[in-house]
Structure formats: C-alpha cells, structure tokens
Design a protein around this ligand. Sequence first.
Ligand code: FAD
Ligand code: DHB
Length: 390
Amino acid sequence: MRTQVAIIGAGPAGLLLAHLLHLRGIESVVLESQSRKHVEERIRAGVLEQGTVDLLVESGVGERLRREGLTHHGLELRFGRRAHRIDLSGLTGGRALTVYAQQEVVKDLIQARLAAGGTILFEISDVEVRGVGTNAPRVVFRKDGAADAIACDFIAGCDGFHGVSRASVPRGALTAHEQDYPFAWLGILADAPPVSPELIYCQHELGFALFTMRTTRLSRLYLQCAPDEDIANWPDDRIWEKLRARLGGGAPLPEGPVLQKGITGMRSFVVEPMQHGRLFLAGDAAHIVPPTGAKGLNLAVADVRVLAQAFAAHYESGSSAALDRYSETCLRRVWRVQRFSWWMTALLHRFPGGDAMRQRLQHAELDYLVGSRAAMTAFAENYVGLPFED
Ligand code: FAD
Ligand code: DHB
C-alpha cells in the first residue's frame, strides 16, 4: 500500500488531520489499534474552544455540533462560599465555548472520512515507524494477524501519549519537559440534569470539584482525589456526598444513576521539537496538559490545523518552509496553553499537606481575579481559546 501521509491514531488529531488533508486533495491512511466502537465510545473531553468549533464548522464536519452542541457564554468560579460568574463572551467580543463530547467529534470525523472514501484501518497491531530519516518512510503493522506495510512521504504521529510514534524517535533527538501533580480527578457521567446551565469550577478546602455536562439531561462531574486512588473505594453514594460538600450552597445537586466513572491522572508534558525527519508529532503524542483548563483536545486540533496547512504548502508549491517551521509554530501555542492549564490547576486544587499559606495565596488570587476586569479578561481570553496564529 502507498499513500502521501500515513497517520497513526484515530483520535481527534489523526481524524481531523485526515479530513483537512482530504479537503486539500492530499491522500492519507489512518491506522488505529482500537476498534471503531471503542474510539466512538471513549469518554474524555467535552469543552470546545471557539476556534475549534469554527474550524470544524468551516471544514464541513460541524453540522451536528451546531445542532446539538451547547453554547456557553460564561462560567462560574466558587470559592470561600461565594459564587462569581465570569462573562466569557462579554469579555472577549462575543467568543464562547461549546459543550460537545469528544466522542461525538470523533464519530462525526469518522463518518465524514468514510463517506468521502477515505481509509481508516481499525484494530491493527504491532505498528512500527521506519525510515523517518530517509525520503522513503514506512509504517509496518499487522492486520488480522497478517504483516502489512504502508509506504508514504510523511508520517503523522497522532497516537496519543502512550503511542509508538514518539517512542520510535532515537534517544537524545527529543527533549521532554514534564511535571506530575500530587492529585488526580475522579470523573463520573450521571443520568441527571446539570446543577446549573453553566460550568462551575469550585475551589474548596476539601479539594477541587467541577460541575459540567454533556447535554441538558446528562451531567459530567469531577472530584479531586489522590493520584493512586482505587475507584473500588468510591461507591456512588460517597461520590455524591463529596460533590455536594464541595459545591457548597446554592441549588441542590440533582442526582441520578452513574453511567460511567474513572480516574484521570494529571501531568504537564511537552516534547521538543515536535518533529523528527519525516515524522511529525501532533496532539497528546507531543504534549499533555492537566485537564483543568479543558485544553487537551483543543490543542490537538490547533496542531493539526498547522500541520495540514504545512503539508498543503509542500504539495502545492514544493516548499518545505512551513513544514520546517511546524514545531516552532505549534510550540508557541503549546507553551501558552501549558502555562494557563498549570496556572488554573495550581489555583484551584488543594495540595497535600494543607499548607495554609498556599491556601491564602489561592484565595487572594481568586479574589483579585473576580474583582478585576483586566484579570477576568485575561482569564476569558485563554479559556475561550487564544486566536490561531500562522
Ligand atoms: P488520543 O485521543 O489519545 O488519540 C490517539 C489515538 O491513537 C487513540 O485512538 C489510540 O487508540 C491510538 N493509538 C495509540 N497507540 C497506537 C498505536 N501504537 N497504533 C495505532 N494507534 C494507536 N481533555 C480535556 O480537555 N478535558 C477532559 O476532561 C479530558 N479528559 C480526559 C480523560 C482521559 C482518560 C484522557 C486519556 C484524556 C482526557 N483529556 C481531556 C485529554 C483529551 O481527551 C486529549 O487531549 C485528546 O484526546 C487528544 O487527542 P489526540 O488525538 O491527540 O489523542
Ligand atoms: C470538562 C472537562 C474539563 O477538563 C474542564 O476543564 C471543563 C469541562 C468536561 O468534561 O466537560
């Protein structure tokens, strides 16, 4: 088999890249280790920045997103038993966030790709990246037990944090920057209406909590927990009790059957550069943000937007200048988003040890934030998404 761009991973990064390349007349094949059902049902992020929504709509995969996505013009911060609304749209000239589950974005992209005659190979194994330092890279793999290979011009490593792409780069060629956090998030999806029409981020002495949603009838709720927490120690009643305590006053928290629960670790990670020879890393394969700013999915989208434009410039004009600048262009945004996610994480979580000095400083910063139009504008600008740069 031969294609122009071999894409490893059918997450949001790989699938959107394949779609954007198709719009520019560039062929690709997507290789995915999981089944279609698995990737379409995997519950992860749910908040889309304005730029992500605009890109999906403009590229023709936003029809259901426009119909079913929930547009939010503000969010609430709770701390010290007080609630403060941040008018995201008012502070950013009308920009907004949209609640639409990641797996719905994935379903829409798979459908568009297959409808256009594109190739996505699911349930492949033993993927290996070969020859990225030559003009003839290849991806070798097994499908239904049989060995196979794809020859290509370029490889896009969109296979997430645990994928093979980054790991296949020779030791010493990339530099990794990493920070782990001393807490994790326990997330549930509940068959209950959201407690509020807008997201609520709670800083609380018992630990952070986040009240979000997937639809007007489905809540998505997160609680700060220990990084080594065993989900078996969290029966539903205990989760609801902690959520109620951290939400504090206001409207009572609607409860309902818990449809799914899991624990997500928190880390900041960036690899530099995001390219090695003809291998280009995008999304979680190149960087991880702690989830507090809802940025992981949006950053993956921003990367592949740059990468698709760079491939288009290469095939249309023969110039590799944009591909050569890919890593530098992406990393500017990656570091700004890392900073925001790290800042929000440090602002809202309780650090083990219960350091009173840190808690007072967090309160002072939150107090300043909600009392200063300048500080709220900086927050809003980052939360709805920094503008794309070329
Ligand atoms: P992924 O979505 O990870 O896609 C990578 C794909 O590559 C996967 O389909 C994987 O199966 C495939 N793959 C891996 N290895 C191979 C291989 N060897 N060969 C072939 N295919 C391979 N972000 C938020 O903003 N808010 C959240 O609440 C949030 N929750 C999260 C919860 C969890 C459990 C996780 C893991 C992430 C969460 N994120 C969240 C982050 C967000 O979901 C990611 O940033 C986003 O999925 C990145 O997209 P991606 O396409 O780069 O990677
Ligand atoms: C959601 C996840 C986040 O990490 C976040 O900061 C806001 C919302 C969500 O799953 O809806």
